[in-house]
Structure formats: structure tokens, C-alpha cells
Ligand binder design. Sequence first.
Ligand SMILES: [Zn+2]
Length: 68
Amino acid sequence: MSQTVHCPTCRTPVSWNTRSPWRPFCSERCKLIDLGAWINEDNRIPGVDLPDDSLDRITPWEDPANDS
Ligand SMILES: [Zn+2]
């Protein structure tokens, strides 16, 4: 028996099991989109922008403070 949820970003049905590592999102892409939207809405961090075509080559959580 498996439970299905809907991706908060694109509403794709996602099986709630270990084969869906990004649940409740359908993919890492949707997870990043949702996180980006949340950051933009609540914190307004300059420079945090995730256009669709950048998600494939994004480096996960690299600290911009190290770039000095
Ligand atoms: Zn999705």
C-alpha cells in the first residue's frame, strides 16, 4: 500500500516512499523552485534568483561569503 501526495510546485502526483527522495516534491528542481519562492517572499535576499535554465547547473548551497 502506498500513499500519493501532490508536488506543491507543479501538482504532479508523487509516491510517498523511498523511491521519491524529494517528496513531497516530485524532483529536486521543484524543491528548489519552492524554496526560492519562499526566500523571495519572506526574506528578500538580494542575488537569490533561480531562473529555470540555471537549475541544472546550480551548485548546492555554496556559501557566497566564501567568495572573498
Ligand atoms: Zn513538481
